[in-house]
Design a protein around this ligand. Structure first.
Ligand SMILES: CCCCCCCC/C=C\CCCCCCCC(=O)SCCNC(=O)CCNC(=O)[C@H](O)C(C)(C)COP(=O)(O)OP(=O)(O)OC[C@H]1O[C@@H](n2cnc3c(N)ncnc32)[C@H](O)[C@@H]1OP(=O)(O)O
Length: 207
């Protein structure tokens, strides 16, 4: 697949999406969705040996086929495409309900893939979400590229899997290169976690 709108022109932020849905063909996003469903079902499954063996063979063959399609980072699709999840599988998919210059709000459901124990989301999956959502706000339109300097996350109550959650992110203040951003994750009226983060605008030599 050749990607027509590839762009490495100077001035683009480091995490700009480089590709559009038209660049990747009709099956790429649904293929990733199928993989996400697969992750959740695999995490929740107890498999018979014959199925495990069959799956190992399928994965080995597919992995082999992917080898010949490896590309340099700037040409990869994962994380660089303007589709839900940005085309990568690390961060749980979320939907945005409000997008303002200094505020974002949205919803997500952590599936079984993200289970820690006893119905609770794995703790580390929460800063992962916050880094993505707050990073998106910190690097929003018209803002020069910034990187996470810290994410201070407080876990206020259990975050349930397979339950719709709501999140918010807002720019608290900007001081020179420092963007202080706050966020929350909640379930109904219950606050699950909140975060205070610092993003630092990169200097010209930084990447
Ligand atoms: C479906 C549609 C899709 C559309 C898509 C649209 C766009 C979407 C966009 C996005 C989505 C996803 C976005 C994800 C985003 C993820 C971002 C990351 O995770 S980045 C990886 C993790 N972070 C690092 O690896 C940084 C590593 N650290 C560094 O590189 C440096 O430390 C850096 C750049 C952060 C700072 O280094 P210095 O040398 O530039 O800055 P110094 O001079 O040390 O500090 C400047 C000031 O900041 C304070 N400072 C620095 N670090 C601090 C800290 N940890 N805590 C407190 N203060 C700190 C210092 O004390 C100093 O303050 P004084 O000016 O003196 O007042």
């Amino acid at each position: 697949m050749e990607v027509a709108s590839a762009s490495a022109e100077p001035g683009r932020t480091w995490n700009s999406p480089h590709w559009t849905a038209d660049d990747i063909g009709p099956d790429f996003a649904p293929m990733l969705d199928a993989m996400r469903v697969f992750h959740h079902r695999l995490a929740g499954a107890r498999l018979p040996d014959d199925l495990t063996e069959e799956m190992r063979g399928i994965f080995e063959r597919l992995g082999e086929r992917l080898l010949e399609h490896q590309v340099p980072e700037e040409r990869q699709i994962a994380g660089r495409i303007d589709i839900p999840g940005r085309g990568q599988l690390l961060v749980p998919n979320y939907e945005l309900d409000a997008v303002e210059p200094d505020f974002l709000a949205g919803r997500l459901t952590y599936g079984r893939h993200f289970l820690g124990r006893n119905g609770a989301v794995y703790g580390g999956a929460i800063p992962l979400l916050f880094d993505s959502v707050l990073g998106r706000l910190a690097n929003g339109p018209g803002r020069p590229a910034s990187r996470t300097a810290y994410l201070h996350v407080d876990y206020r109550s259990i975050t349930p899997i397979e339950t719709e959650l709501r999140f918010t992110a807002e720019v608290a203040r900007q001081e020179g290169r420092k963007r202080f951003i706050r966020g929350t994750l909640s379930h109904g009226g219950t606050l699950c976690a909140d975060v205070d983060a610092l993003f630092l605008v990169l200097r010209p030599h930084q990447r």
